[in-house]
Structures are given as C-alpha cells and as structure tokens.
Design a protein around this ligand. Structure first.
Ligand code: GAR
Length: 210
C-alpha cells in the first residue's frame, strides 16, 4: 500500500475527495498524514474529523523559506511518504524541496494550464473572455503551477458567470479529476520520464464536463 502525504493551506475539499476515494478497497494508497502551513486551516480540522494524522507546521515560525522547506521535508519523510499531494497548498516550494520529490509530487490548479498560473485564475479567465475554464493535475517542477500534465478537465464558462459561480463549477470537476489522476500515477499508468509524461495509451486524460 503506497503512502500519501497531503499538503493543504485552506478549505481542504480536494483532500476530502481523495479521502473518499481512499475508502474504496481497490484504492492503491492510504493517507499517511495531512500537513498544513496554516494551523487554522479548515482542511486540517477536516483531516482530524476523518481520523487522519494531522500536522500543523506554521511557516511563520520558520526564519526563511529554506528552513520551512527543510522542516516540511522532515515531516513528510517521518510519515513515510511515497507521494506528496498538494491540495490547495499555497506556499511556494524551493528547488531542493521540489527535486527531492521529483516524479512523486502532484499539484492541482484551477485552470487549463499553461493558461493562468498563480492566483485569481477565475477572474483572469473571465476578464480574458475565455469560453472554457477547467483544472489541471500536474507533476510539480520548480516553476509555480507548471510541470508535465497528468490530466485536465474543461468546463464551460456560462453567460452571467462571476468568479464565484465559475470557481464552484470548476471545483466540482476538480473533485473528480484529482482522485482519478492520482490513481493513474499510483498505478504507474501515467509517469514522469526524462522530464516528460509517459501515459498508457487510451487513458482519457483530457475531458470536457458540461
Ligand atoms: C482548489 O481550487 C485548487 O485547485 C487551488 O486551490 C483550491 C483549494 O481548494 N489550488 C491552487 O490554486 C494552486 N495553485 P480546497 O482547499 O477546497 O481543495
């Protein structure tokens, strides 16, 4: 059974979706720990409710990014992680940290990358007049919200959408996308080789949800 460590900074709804997937007997992994850089994150409270080991690691208690990254890596390794899963983790991670978990660290971002990395994705998509929005699961590389893509889901932008309504539609799609994409990686059906994606033929890695 592979061990996941999930990193959260906020609400934790993607954590919830992955935890639900883990209840399936055929799911090939278990959540070894949930770690948050924000001690008050709702995602951490959710982890406790679900009976998962929950670790608060306040980034403000560390003198700099490198010190925080080292403490984070220590906590991840103490949990015996095979995979690091970023689920709304809103801290930039330094290059040594990213290299340490290369090929076994995933992130979800609420846009069709490479469009709109960073913050305020939905507002920027609406401002740009996009007719499609969506979400991407990708392997983490040192560049923020960048890296080889495991899977994407596209959703329509509807007339009258505002940031909140678009974010809500994308989030529903995220909750289906992340467990599926993660599972493909756990099973070795999608993996990283020489900095690029190798995927089993026939996987529906791109989907449109109306
Ligand atoms: C999700 O929409 C996720 O895609 C996004 O934060 C939200 C977390 O929600 N992540 C990023 O923007 C990463 N750049 P959640 O805490 O309810 O899972």
């Amino acid at each position: 059974m592979q061990r996941l460590v999930i990193l959260v900074s906020g609400r934790g709804s993607n954590l919830g979706a992955i935890a639900r997937a883990c209840r399936d007997e055929a799911w090939p992994a278990t959540i070894a720990a949930v770690i948050s850089n924000r001690p008050d994150a709702a995602g951490l409270a959710l982890a406790r409710e679900l009976g998962l080991p929950a670790v608060a690691l306040d980034h403000r208690a560390h003198p700099d990014r490198a010190a925080f990254d080292t403490a984070l890596a220590d906590a991840i390794d103490a949990a015996g992680a095979d995979w690091v899963v970023l689920a709304g983790f809103m801290r930039i991670l330094g290059e040594p940290f990213v290299q340490r978990y290369a090929g076994r660290m995933l992130n979800i971002h609420p846009s069709l990358l490479p469009a709109f990395p960073g913050l305020h994705t939905h507002r920027r998509a609406l401002d740009a007049g996009c007719t499609l929005a969506g979400a991407t699961v990708h392997f983490v590389t040192p560049t923020l919200d960048h890296g080889p893509i495991v899977a994407q889901v596209a959703v329509p932008v509807r007339p009258g959408d505002d940031e909140a309504s678009l974010a809500a539609r994308v989030l529903v799609a995220e909750h289906r996308l992340y467990p599926q994409a993660l599972r493909w990686c756990l099973e070795g059906r999608v993996r990283l080789r020489d900095g690029g994606i190798v995927a089993e033929p026939g996987l529906e890695r791109g989907r449109f949800v109306d």
